[in-house]
Design a protein around this ligand. Structure first.
Ligand code: ACO
Ligand code: LMR
Length: 264
């Protein structure tokens, strides 16, 4: 029989050997002819399947809502400083991306992990939050520097509205809202933030769409796909900030002495 020579790479998401490249088996021409959007392309390349329209629309809304949040946030600040140091597009972009992590934009996976674990174990919001406090872990997906109980994050409201209208179930999101209600009773800055909203709603998308087995959902959460949504989205804004600084011919940035507390 035929013996397959051993390979150094295994790849399962795309193939460019034929007449046209395919994403998860779907040829480029179908993607264009069927009017697929970026949500469909993410579905194919990340989840290796076509997802229902409400799911791809949700992914697209996440991307649009997280594309930028002004020049003052960690990522944009780094990108602006880097662009003003005369660095190229890729350097300016990755300098901003490198700030995405557990405090800024990169709490989506952990929010999904902790909310799923707590909900599936039947913990009340009180039990969950207090158990996190005992462990000295901040609840991922809760808290914001400028958003408050009386100044909610519009992005969170828009995502919740879309999901309540289109998802078959929003049980994880409702759980996250119960957590928020409890944390807000402790402090006014402990709102459900956009990472927490996306993390909990993606659990609802994965569980409610009927497109994933339980094992696949566990794998997606364990590997941590969801921070990718913020990384991808914010790249749009960071690229914009790079162009903006170049267009404005901004000089090298130097932080003012007056804004530093020099102390021993
Ligand atoms: N869970 C429990 N307690 C919290 C949380 C949380 N998620 N966030 C803040 N607190 C508590 C803090 O312990 C602090 O109390 P302490 O001073 O007694 O320790 C108090 O609330 C005030 O906290 P600050 O540190 O002043 O809040 P800050 O504005 O610096 O932090 C941050 C904001 C980083 C978002 C924080 O809330 C946090 O770590 N959240 C979890 C991570 C997260 O979800 N990040 C994504 C934010 S959204 C985005 O980046 C797009
Ligand atoms: C963001 O999306 O960048 C913001 O939520 C973060 C912030 O501190 O405003």
């Amino acid at each position: 029989g035929r013996v397959r020579a051993p390979t150094h790479i295994i790849s399962t998401i795309s193939d460019d050997r034929g007449e046209e490249p395919c994403y998860a088996g779907v040829p480029m021409s179908s993607i264009v002819e069927q009017g697929y959007g970026v949500g469909d392309v993410i579905s194919l390349l990340w989840f290796k399947r076509s997802l229902p329209r409400y799911c791809t629309k949700f992914i697209e809304i996440c991307i649009m809502l997280c594309a930028d949040h002004g020049p003052c946030v960690s990522g944009a600040h780094n990108t602006i400083v880097t662009a003003r140091a005369g660095k190229d597009l890729v350097s300016s972009l990755v300098s901003g991306l490198l700030t995405i992590g557990p405090r800024f934009g990169g709490a989506i996976d952990d929010a999904a992990r902790y909310f799923k674990d707590a909900y599936d174990r039947g913990l009340t919001a009180y039990e969950f939050v207090e158990s996190m406090k005992k462990k000295g872990i901040r609840v991922p997906g809760i808290g914001h520097r400028i958003k408050r109980g009386d100044n909610r994050d519009k992005r969170v409201e828009l995502l919740q509205l879309f999901a309540r209208t289109n998802f078959p179930s929003v049980k994880y999101m409702e759980y996250a809202v119960q957590v928020e209600t409890y944390t807000l009773s402790k402090a006014n800055n402990l709102v459900l933030n956009v990472d927490g909203a996306i993390g909990s709603l993606f659990l609802d998308l994965l569980a409610g769409s009927g497109m994933f087995t339980k094992q696949e959902i566990d794998e997606i959460i364990e590997i941590g796909y969801l921070n990718g949504l913020f990384v991808l989205a914010r790249s749009i804004g960071l690229i914009g900030h790079t162009f903006d600084q170049k267009r404005l011919k901004q000089p090298l940035y130097r932080h003012p002495w007056e804004d530093v507390l020099y102390t021993k």
